[in-house]
Design a protein around this ligand. Structure first.
Ligand code: HEC
Ligand code: HEC
Ligand code: HEC
Length: 308
């Protein structure tokens, strides 16, 4: 082969590798498609903000397999071009957790109870903060080391279930594989399904995603959005009644952005009238809170995606 041929091949190889890398990046997945803003924004503020979308959505696997999986996803480009989407969109083809989550999280290692403090703010004048501290029995580990308990018992053991609806909410049948290999079967006695009905239903082995189904994509309720803003002080808890008033203005489904901004801006009038002395001394604090609320609203309600 001539030297020029080699050089052309090499350049081609570099080009294809660059295209492959680019289509694996979170910016490509998150910004090149108009259905993605909510999922990209929630991802950006999640603990997985440095994990590429493809790690969970295609799985860490042999490049040939990853390539065919990506090719199958090209159907969404068609759906995008023809506007053929059902909102809110829902992921159907996520890879089994063994190929995604478990490449980083080693199930045998979750062996602790976790202490967690959940701060909440009351709907009173002082936005009184109430901390609730809980012990979560996360558990995990393996039975071999005397563990395999807590909520992660469900991944230490093989659990299969059958479901009758698209969202896998109706579960008439569960099978647990015991440590001696035998199976214990649980059936819903209120459902009148025959053995052949059951046999025809799809079976799924429970994995991480059956519980952590909002991992990387949590959408906040108005209460949660305010609590987090008060907690990290982007909204100052010194502003009286801001928890209550904030939730009030963030809750409705406004028809346009202008309408949303107007409703939120009206809060300034409320503070001028009801807390005149506080407002006079802390005008910027109130205005900063209102500005923050305006920024929070589009993260709570995505009008064009029918998602909240
Ligand atoms: C840590 C793993 C993880 C990462 C990283 C991740 N996702 Fe997801 N994603 C999930 C899970 C889990 C679901 C929900 C699957 C289900 O409900 O069965 C999901 C669902 C979705 C959905 C469908 C909406 C829904 O609510 O079901 C979209 C769209 C999506 N992800 C886009 C992205 C984009 C874009 C990125 C990167 C910017 C990304 N994801 C990164 C785990 C992840
Ligand atoms: C490429 C590696 C990687 C993959 C794949 C991955 N994670 Fe993670 N995950 C991490 C890291 C790193 C953290 C810790 C982030 C931190 O502590 O700030 C984390 C944190 C978490 C947390 C704790 C979140 C919290 O609020 O502290 C959960 C739950 C979790 N991951 C579940 C999952 C699930 C379920 C999947 C599969 C859908 C998954 N992860 C896939 C790397 C990964
Ligand atoms: C039966 C439901 C269930 C399944 C299945 C499940 N988890 Fe969890 N997991 C939980 C709950 C509940 C918590 C505790 C809540 C929290 O930390 O926010 C948790 C906590 C975690 C944490 C945080 C640990 C900590 O100490 O804070 C990680 C990481 C995690 N899970 C990863 C996984 C991975 C990876 C899988 C699959 C191999 C998995 N989980 C399967 C329910 C489940």
């Amino acid at each position: 082969m001539s030297l020029i041929g080699l050089v052309v091949l090499f350049i081609l190889f570099l080009g294809i590798s660059a295209a492959w890398d680019y289509t694996n990046s979170a910016t490509f997945c998150g910004t090149q498609c108009h259905t993605m803003p909510p999922h990209y924004e929630s991802y950006e503020r999640s603990p997985h903000a440095r994990v590429q979308c493809t790690e969970c959505h295609i799985g860490r696997t042999f490049i040939g397999v990853a390539f065919t999986r990506k090719a199958v996803d090209a159907q969404f480009v068609w759906a995008y071009l023809t506007g053929n989407y059902e909102y809110p969109i829902h992921a159907k083809g996520l890879q089994p957790a063994r190929e995604s989550c478990e490449k980083c999280h080693w199930p045998e290692k979750f062996s602790w109870d976790t202490a967690r403090t959940v701060p909440e703010y009351s709907a009173d004048v002082q936005n009184t903060k109430v901390d609730t501290t809980l012990i979560l029995k996360t558990g995990g580990g393996s039975a071999r080391t005397g563990l395999g308990r807590g909520i992660h018992w469900h991944i230490e053991n093989i659990i299969e279930f059958k479901y009758t609806d698209k969202r896998q909410q109706e579960i008439p049948w569960i099978a647990v594989t015991n440590s001696d290999g035998t199976k214990t079967i649980y059936t819903d006695i209120e459902k009148t399904l025959t053995a052949s009905d059951l046999a025809s239903l799809p079976t799924r082995q429970m994995d991480c995603i059956d519980c952590h189904n909002r991992v990387s994509h949590t959408f906040l309720s108005p209460e949660q959005a305010l609590e987090s803003a008060l907690q990290n002080k982007t909204i100052d808890p010194a502003v009286p009644e801001i928890m209550k008033k904030g939730v009030e203005v963030l809750t409705p489904h406004y028809k346009t952005d202008a309408e949303a901004n107007q409703a939120i801006n009206n809060l300034e009038q409320f503070y001028k009238q009801s807390y005149a002395a506080f407002y006079a001394q802390n005008t910027t604090l109130v205005q900063k809170a209102i500005k923050q609320l305006r920024e929070l609203y589009p993260q709570i309600y995505y009008r064009d995606q029918e998602l909240d």
